[in-house]
Design a protein around this ligand. Structure first.
Ligand code: MEV
Length: 308
């Protein structure tokens, strides 16, 4: 048996970190993909190496949760790891889908979310649900229009809705500094425990996501850009921005409607909403960052090959 699936990277447009606390968030799939192939094998292998729980927790938990027999897993990915672009979610989703063979999108999203929970600790289902659905998603604790599926986690139920995100130019600026999501989520949790200003910032980020949803519905790029700038200021209040990310954001500002970090922060990437992608990319390169000129509107989980 051999099976292969691919899934896209994502950018969180609004609401990262706040979503872990139950605030709404918006995410979009972009045209960078990761592809996983599984083959029956005498032992568990990942890219030719024996698979170990400590060095490959995502693969380990995916095999365990799907109750799979031993597999040889091969990954080919265009998504920078630790770049805040959902590389682990795209991997977990493609792997779970390949192992299940015929899982429904909701089932794959739920299992892949549990892989992330077991591997990195506290998490929301935003990355994994975006990798499954593609296009754009709105995540909320409340019932949503165009609901795709619901995901239950230790802290309650999330409603995942489809949101129309047309083709927009997003330029990513990878800082070159990887950052693990789990420790960043933990840092925000501690800050919120101690400081009311951090708790207020989290709830204001939630209000921004709601405003952004309305702006997306009327395709109001200018408002979206200024909401991104506001979201970024609040992300620095909760301690996940860095000097390097701030510099990259300043550099792209003259060519952008708005810019912010995306994903967990602490390193990783920024995103700029722009109609001058080459200029924004050039500004990122000048600072030693790695630019990716991307488009939203990418398809989600996709079967690539299937041999019985
Ligand atoms: C990571 O891409 C997004 C975070 O909000 C964590 C999560 O939602 O699981 C930082």
């Amino acid at each position: 048996m051999m099976r292969s699936y691919s899934a896209p990277a994502k950018v969180i447009l609004f609401g990262e970190h706040a979503v872990v606390f139950g605030e709404p968030a918006i995410s979009a799939a972009i045209d960078l993909r990761s592809r996983v192939t599984v083959r029956d094998s005498a032992e568990n292998l990942l890219n030719g190496m024996p698979l170990r729980r400590d060095s490959s927790p995502y693969a380990f938990h995916a095999l365990e949760l799907t109750e799979s027999s031993p597999m040889e897993i091969t990954v080919e990915s265009a998504i920078p790891a630790g770049g805040g672009l959902g590389s682990s979610a795209a991997f977990s989703v493609s792997l779970v889908a390949s192992l299940l063979g015929n899982g429904s999108p909701g089932r794959v999203a739920e299992l892949a979310f549990n892989v992330e929970l077991r591997s990195q600790g506290r998490a929301s289902p935003i990355d994994t649900s975006t990798a499954v659905h593609g296009q754009g998603i709105f995540v909320s604790r409340e019932t949503v229009a165009n609901e795709l599926w619901q995901i239950s986690g230790p802290s309650g139920i999330w409603h995942i809705g489809d949101i129309r995100i047309g083709r927009m130019n997003i330029v990513i600026g990878y800082s070159g500094q990887g950052a693990a999501t789990g420790p960043m989520v933990e840092r925000v949790r501690k800050l919120c425990e101690r400081f009311e200003v951090a708790r207020e910032a989290i709830s204001e980020i939630g209000s921004i996501s709601l405003e952004a949803k309305r702006a997306l519905e009327r395709n109001d790029i200018v408002t979206l850009g200024s909401l991104m700038d506001r979201n970024q200021k609040l992300l620095s209040v909760v301690g996940v921005s860095t000097r390097r990310l701030e510099k990259l954001i300043q550099a792209v500002a003259p060519y952008s409607y708005g810019a912010k970090l995306t994903g967990a922060g602490g390193g990783g990437s920024i995103i700029a909403l722009t109609d001058r992608p080459e200029k924004a990319a050039g500004a990122i390169s000048l600072l030693g960052g790695v630019p990716y000129i991307c488009r939203t509107g990418e398809t989600g989980l996709r079967r690539e090959e299937d041999e019985g």
